[in-house]
Each structure stands twice: as C-alpha cells, then as structure tokens.
Design a protein around this ligand. Structure first.
Ligand SMILES: C[S@@+](CC[C@H](N)C(=O)[O-])C[C@H]1O[C@@H](n2cnc3c(N)ncnc32)[C@H](O)[C@@H]1O
Length: 325
C-alpha cells in the first residue's frame, strides 16, 4: 500500500472533467496514468471505459485496484504515450472519445528517494521513468562537457550550464559521481544557494530528467498522432508543468486548430477546434490545497470533422518549439 504522503493528488480535476464531460458508453485515454487519480474520477463520472498508459511500471502496479474495481472498464498499458496510436491498435481500439495528458512526474516518483528524481534525498542518480535504459548516473559520468552543458542549458534553461558541466567533468576525473547529493554538491560549488525560491539544483535536475525520459519528443509524437485516434468532437486535454512542454502544446494548437466561431463542420480547414486559446490555470483554492498544482497550465481542443491530414508532412518538432540535444 502506498504511503499516504506520497499519494499523487490529481491536478485540476474539476476542469478536466468539465472539458472531457465523461459520458456513458464512451472510451477515454489517460496517457499519464500515475496513481490513477484522473482515471478514477472519469470512471466515477459515467458508465464509461478508460485506457491508462504509463511509462513507469510502478504506476501500472499502483492502479491494479482500478482493474479489480472496474473490471473490463479499465485497462492499463505499460508504455509511452508517444506510441499511443500503436498501443491502441494493439488492443483493437481505433477511436477514443477523449484524451488526457497530465505531463511530468508524479508525487510517487519525486517522493521515492531511490528513484533519484529529487535533489532533496540522497540516492543513486537514476531518474528513469521506465526503470530501464540509461540512468542519470550514466549520462553524468560519460557525456562530453559540451553535451552536458547543452542538455543543462536547453532542457533546464540554466544560465550557469557551462560552469556546471565543467565542474561535473572535473569532479568525475577524480571519482564517479554516484548520488543526487554528489551532484548537488557540484552544482552548489558553482551556484550558491540564495534566498530566492528555487533551489540551485532545480534546473539541472529538470534538464537531466527531460533528457533521460525523452519528454519533449514523446509529447510531440503523441500530439501529432492524436488526430488518428480521437473521434470527431472528442477532446484533447493537456496539462503541462514547465514552459518547454507548454510551448510545444501551444504551438501545436496554434498551427493545427481553428476558432469555434469560424468552424463549419461541413467545411473544416483544421484538424482541431478551440473555444479559447487562453491557458487555464488552477484556482487559488487548489494551489493552497496542493502546492504542486501551482505551475500547472491546461490547454484543450476538440477534434474537427476534417479527414486525416497529411500526417508528418506539415508537422515539425523544432518548429513546434522542440529541442534536440
Ligand atoms: C503528473 S503524473 C500523472 C498523475 C495522474 N494524472 C494521477 O492523477 O495520478 C505523470 C505520469 O506520466 C507518466 N509519464 C511521463 N511521460 C510519459 C510518457 N511519455 N508516456 C507514458 N507515461 C508518461 C509518468 O511516469 C507519471 O506517472
């Protein structure tokens, strides 16, 4: 059983439900299952089904109770939402009535020291959502100084990236950098803690996590495949927690959607439709109750009646604000 303090609180639930508007007989995709908070709310709202995807096998295990409770109304898949259309094909589903992507890490990932996501606990440098492949330890101890600096600069928007990368490379010549606290110490040697709100290691840890988990590319892959699986009028809701993700979502929506007031279902010219392009933020009340929600930004669109567009010919990762390191 999960420690209560680690239990992830789903963010902007009311907003998500009012947009998705779960209805009887419909099928929803929760691309970021986590602790199943949003999935549970959707299932409680109507006699509908939910397919939950998560990269992290621990999230799948955490949601076994949903399987028990909802039987064949809930199905979980351990994989990336970047491959969502392949996952749906593999279980014989080709249309979905609503999709939710609640991006980033869960409280369980951040709060479990041995996962190595947090600079607040001393633990091996890991940060892998999939729990396979290269760990932060491998990256930190093997990449060139320039590559490390680029990752820290582009994915962390860290101005001291070159100095931090240099300090990492100097330190690892003496001994391997094994733990989160080893890395903290190096960052603090070039970036002093001050009274400002954010810890000096925040940006570097964010950068490594984004790089290791291929977060921006997965998001892009998911967005460009959604037109294939979302049914007409089906809604796509994306909640992001940092500007790099939000930029991709914003640019994607800008490029591929049209305003509702101009939308004629008999003659659509975009694959998605928006009611309002303004970002939706959590209420003050929610932020007070759940500090983690403070940086959440929600954007949503619905699928128009346009037939499939020329997939991939007009989409471009870099044009949508994607970064490759
Ligand atoms: C913010 S949490 C979601 C919390 C969830 N909405 C809830 O209510 O419990 C984000 C989750 O997305 C997962 N995740 C991140 N990137 C993913 C990807 N590319 N594919 C599938 N899951 C991903 C993480 O492992 C994490 O469990």
């Amino acid at each position: 059983m999960l420690n209560k303090e680690l239990q992830h609180k789903p963010v902007m639930c009311e907003e998500v439900l009012s947009i998705l508007n779960p209805s009887d007989g419909c099928v929803y995709l929760d691309g970021t299952l986590g602790a199943g908070g949003h999935s549970r709310k959707i299932l409680e709202s109507a006699d509908c089904s939910v397919i939950g995807i998560d990269k992290d096998p621990t999230a799948i295990e955490l949601c076994r109770d949903l399987e028990k409770h909802y039987g064949n109304k809930f199905l979980s898949i351990n994989g990336s939402f970047g491959n969502l259309s392949q996952h749906l094909n593999s279980i014989g589903i080709n249309k979905i009535d609503g999709i939710l992507l609640d991006l980033g890490t869960s409280s369980m990932q951040l709060g479990t020291p041995e996962r190595g996501f947090s600079f607040q606990f001393d633990a091996p440098l890991d940060m892998r959502m999939t729990q396979t492949g290269e760990r932060a330890y491998d990256i930190i101890n093997s990449l060139s100084e320039d590559s490390l600096a680029d990752i820290i600069f582009y994915f962390g928007e860290e101005r001291r990236s070159r100095k931090i990368a240099k300090a990492i490379v100097n330190k690892r010549k003496i001994k391997k950098i094994k733990t989160t606290f080893d890395l903290n110490e190096i960052i603090l040697s070039v970036k002093k803690a001050n009274n400002r709100k954010i810890h000096p290691a925040t940006k570097t840890f964010q950068a490594l996590r984004i790089y290791i988990n291929n977060e921006l590319k997965d998001l892009y892959e998911a967005l460009i495949s959604i037109e294939k699986v979302l049914s007409e009028k089906g809604r796509l809701v994306v909640i992001s927690f940092h500007s790099l993700e939000d930029r991709i979502v914003k640019n994607f929506i800008k490029e591929n959607s049209m305003p509702l007031r101009k939308y004629d279902p008999k003659n659509p010219d975009k694959i998605f439709v928006y009611e309002n392009r303004k970002v939706i933020k959590p209420s003050e009340y929610e932020v007070k109750k759940n500090r983690r929600s403070r940086s959440a930004k929600l954007r949503w669109v619905f699928r128009s009646s346009l037939k499939l567009s020329q997939l991939n010919s007009s989409h471009n990762f870099i044009n949508y604000g994607g970064i490759e390191c």
